[in-house]
Design a protein around this ligand. Structure first.
Ligand code: ADP
Ligand code: MG
Length: 854
């Protein structure tokens, strides 16, 4: 009989490498998360052990040497550690889901419940690592030799160590929320919370009655009963958005839950934030009676009667339900913003209302534009809610400011150090990047000045800000400090923040701008209109007399600013709107009733775009592909990318990768917590921004969508969760349309998917964005786009991976580049780029634009 050592295949000479492996594994066991590779390692360890144990059963334990026993014990122990760990981690997060409420807040009662349900888990005495170690040593010392069973005697004590670790993990984000241990303490805490909550609800109800619209409640409801369409005009903050819909519910328009009321908002943040507020006022859970629906995020259910939504979402609903049958009232809020979707909705509703006499339409607007709306709806009445507004002093600069951000920051400190408290400051900036950089600078200065000035509370608000941070702007400012709200245009009319006494207005806004001569829509920073800056100034006069500091000259106000903002329909690419109208069967675009008609050139240009994408045929009729594009909850260009990746002969088989990439591209603005290069260094060399995004997503998925992984790589966990959600919705849609099945067939036939991926991905994006291409010439990159248009000099954005490669002089820049967006700041920048190395890809994917060279 062969020696047992051979049979068991245990290496008696434990090498230093083994030692190393063991200690590596031990370290792993203490890490917060495990990668797939590491989990595989453990899996193989487990298999080893299974085999060993089978042998032990066969030959008996007695036959083993001390060393062999130790080895098995070690393997068992390690596996045990990992198992506990995975289990705890998973369970820890699940546990958290149990008590985090709809707003992402911790529900104390539910947390208690959740913890109680895990009695065994938490009521065991807690043991420090030190104690465990000592105990373990002790156990080892007294362990008898020759027992017929291996017991890692202290293995269950080990659980506590990791229990502790896991516990720390999920309370980390709100460390001050640790529950008191004793019941009495807990009860009194609960009672206190309950009282606070009661007071809050009471004061909310009282506040409702103080709002200007409250006095007009009955008049308003009568007007609505008497008219099918009503324009409601009122000062910002008078209660139109939050109160009117509630009055409608109270007046029975939802027919005891059978019908719904829709309220549209031009902005996502406004829709979610107002819905949360109204749910609070009505004392219901957000997502039940009151909900919201924005793209990729639907928080409504079959109980929902009041739905706040973006105007774009209601537009999508018209596609499915052309008569909007489930609604009894529709309120188009903030109509003066004149977004593309609002304008198109108003055009469609004008028609729908003729067929649905029972449907009520409220159009609410700030004072500008009201007459125009009334005129559009055949002279329907305008209901005016007189607002309160205290006088606001306007200050101008004497000279134009070269650097308005700098000027804004010094104005903040001037006000803060010279004006008495209370009195919060609202600063209008153009976007996330500007707001974040202002915040950093202010923090830096405040840090230097230290406690010689009163505390400042910085509260940013912009579209991509995570929801739990949005609430910060509404929190009451403590009496010894000053809140500084750094906001985009969103605070102009959509959101009302109480307590603002000072407004700082550089007078700029970032908006889409369509340039027919280049055929492109760009995001540009432009001076606001007079109507806008007047609105902004008004924000200072809600609680009392206020001051507004304009960082431009009085001369400029009277001579340079436009009177009114330009409606979006006159300055953006109309492709998706045109496609939507065509799919609704509205083919006479020229005569479609609209507040402002888009120019012929922009209509033609979007028809041309749609034709290039294959959404229209040469007669201008919508194609089957065009209808498929409408089904996707994303821009038609992205839909084309996705469609191509599953169907095109040269590309098919990479649907999953394309869907991941497209989803990532929707959220790149708030993905990185640090500089993009820093955050993504761990990936090593990537060929394009798109591949970078894809790899980040895949890697995150491979690490089990781990939160800790995001923290380690300086990526925003919440953003990636949103990406995951978008990705799943796009995937579901692709599945419904049969693309997933087609892709599967292609995939099965292929063997070299990974190697061909970058090229295929590039080709798919060429198919989707045929006009977003720049060519390298003697002066750098220049857009090629459509035949009819002239080119534009453009530059790779500093944040792009391509930029890094361009600096590497050893490498030749690619002849062509595909970009996702053009941004005009100091230069025309291309954001999110893919290099196109081979001319033939263009010829192959878009032969209409690129001919093979003879
Ligand atoms: P309008 O639509 O006429 O501009 P709103 O209905 O938006 O007015 O606002 C009415 C009041 O409700 C304002 O005083 C505002 O401060 C308050 N409010 C709105 N949203 C919130 C919120 N999320 N938190 C606290 N107060 C809010
Ligand atoms: Mg409003």
């Amino acid at each position: 009989d062969g020696s047992l050592e051979e049979t068991l295949d245990i290496d008696n000479d434990r090498t230093s490498k083994d030692e190393q492996d063991t200690s590596d594994l031990r370290l792993l066991a203490r890490q917060d998360y495990l990668s797939r590779r590491e989990i595989q390692k453990i899996e193989s360890l487990r298999k080893d052990l299974l085999l060993l144990e089978e042998d032990v059963k066969k030959y008996g334990w007695e036959a083993l040497s001390q060393r062999e026993r130790e080895d098995i014990a070690l393997k068992r122990e390690l596996i045990e550690l990992f198992e506990r760990k995975n289990y705890d981690l998973e369970d820890g997060f699940k546990l958290q889901d149990d008590y985090i409420d709809e707003k992402g807040k911790i529900d104390v009662a539910r947390k208690r419940q959740a913890l109680n349900n895990r009695n065994d888990y938490f009521q065991k005495p807690k043991v420090s690592k030190q104690q465990v170690w000592e105990e373990r040593q002790l156990q080892k010392a007294i362990k008898e030799e020759g027992t017929d069973e291996i017991v890692v005697a202290d293995s269950d004590k080990y659980e506590f160590v990791f229990d502790n670790d896991a516990a720390v993990e999920f309370t980390q984000e709100d460390e001050d929320d640790i529950l008191p241990e004793k019941d009495a303490e807990y009860e009194s805490l609960l009672a206190e919370k309950l009282e606070m909550e009661e007071n809050r609800v009471k004061s909310i109800q009282e506040m409702r009655k103080l709002l200007p619209v409250y006095q007009y409640r009955d008049d308003l409801l009568r007007s609505i009963r008497e008219n099918q369409i009503l324009i409601v005009v009122g000062e910002t903050g008078s209660g139109k958005t939050t109160q009117l819909p509630q009055y409608l519910v109270e007046d029975g328009y939802t027919k005891a839950g059978k019908l719904q009321i829709a309220v549209t908002q031009p902005r996502r943040v406004a829709a979610t934030s107002v819905a949360a507020r109204v749910a609070d006022e009505m004392n219901v859970i957000l997502g039940n009676e009151v909900g919201y629906s924005i793209r990729f995020d639907d928080k409504t259910n079959d109980k929902t009667i009041l739905k706040y939504m973006t105007d774009g979402m209601l537009l999508q609903e018209v596609l499915v339900d052309p008569e909007l049958k489930k609604y009894s009232c529709i309120m188009i809020d903030e109509a003066h913003e004149r977004t593309l979707a609002t304008d198109i909705l108003l055009g469609l509703l004008k028609d729908i209302l003729v067929h649905r006499k029972d449907l009520k339409l409220l159009v609410s607007s700030a004072t500008m534009n009201a007459a125009k709306f009334s005129h559009f709806f055949n002279g329907c009445p305008i209901f005016n809610v007189p607002g309160r507004r205290f006088p606001v002093d306007i200050h101008y600069t004497l000279q134009p400011e070269a650097n308005y951000l700098q000027a804004a920051i010094s104005t903040i400190f001037q006000i803060h150090t010279s004006q008495p408290l209370p009195g919060d400051i609202l600063v209008f900036l153009t976007g996330q990047e500007e707001i974040e950089s202002a915040r950093e600078k202010i923090e830096e200065i405040a840090g230097k000045v230290g406690s010689s000035i009163a505390p400042m509370i910085l509260a940013p608000i912009y579209a991509n800000l995570p929801q739990e941070q949005q609430e910060l702007i509404f929190l009451k400012t403590p009496s010894n400090s000053r809140k500084i709200v750094l906001a985009t245009n969103i605070a102009e009319t959509s959101l009302t923040i109480d307590g603002i006494k000072f407004v700082i207005d550089p007078g700029y806004v970032k908006e889409n701008s369509f340039v027919p001569s280049t055929g492109m829509t760009q995001l540009v920073t432009v001076p606001c209109s007079r109507a806008s800056v007047d609105q902004r100034a008004g924000r200072a006069g809600r609680v009392g007399p206020g001051k507004c500091y304009r960082l431009f000259t009085k001369w400029s106000y009277y001579n340079e600013l436009e009177l009114m903002p330009k409606p979006e329909i006159l300055r953006t690419n109309l492709s998706s709107a045109v496609l939507l109208l065509l799919s609704l069967g509205i083919s006479d675009l020229i005569n479609f009733s609209m507040l402002d008609k888009p120019s012929m050139s922009s209509l033609t240009s979007s028809l041309e775009d749609l034709y290039l994408l294959g959404a229209l045929n040469s007669k201008g009729k919508i194609t089957k592909l065009g209808r498929i594009m409408c089904e996707f909850p994303c821009e038609p260009q992205f839909a084309k990318v996705i469609h191509t990746s599953a169907t095109h002969d040269q590309c098919k088989g990479i649907l999953e990768e394309c869907v991941d990439t497209v989803a990532m591209l929707h959220e790149t603005a708030s993905l990185f917590a640090a500089q993009k290069e820093q955050s993504s260094d761990f990936l090593g060399e990537v060929t394009s921004d798109h591949m970078l995004y894809l790899q980040i997503y895949q890697e995150w998925r491979d690490y089990n969508y781990s939160r800790a992984w995001c923290r380690d790589h300086k990526l925003q966990y919440k953003t990636l969760c949103r990406v995951r959600n978008i990705r799943n919705q796009l995937w579901k849609c692709a599945e419904k349309l049969g693309l997933v099945a087609m892709n599967e067939i292609a995939r099965r036939e292929q063997t070299d998917t990974a190697a061909k991926l970058p090229i295929k991905l590039t080709k798919c994006f060429i198919a989707g964005f045929p006009t977003n291409i720049a060519q390298l010439g003697t002066t750098g990159y220049r857009t090629v786009g459509k035949k009819s248009t002239s080119g534009l000099n453009v530059y790779v954005h500093p944040s792009s991976i391509l930029n890094k490669q361009l600096r590497d002089s050893a490498r030749k820049p690619s002849k062509y580049v595909l970009y996702q967006t053009l941004m005009l700041t100091s230069k025309e920048f291309m954001r999110d780029c893919i290099p196109i190395y081979d001319n033939a890809w263009l010829v192959e994917m878009i032969p209409q634009l690129f001919k093979r060279k003879r």
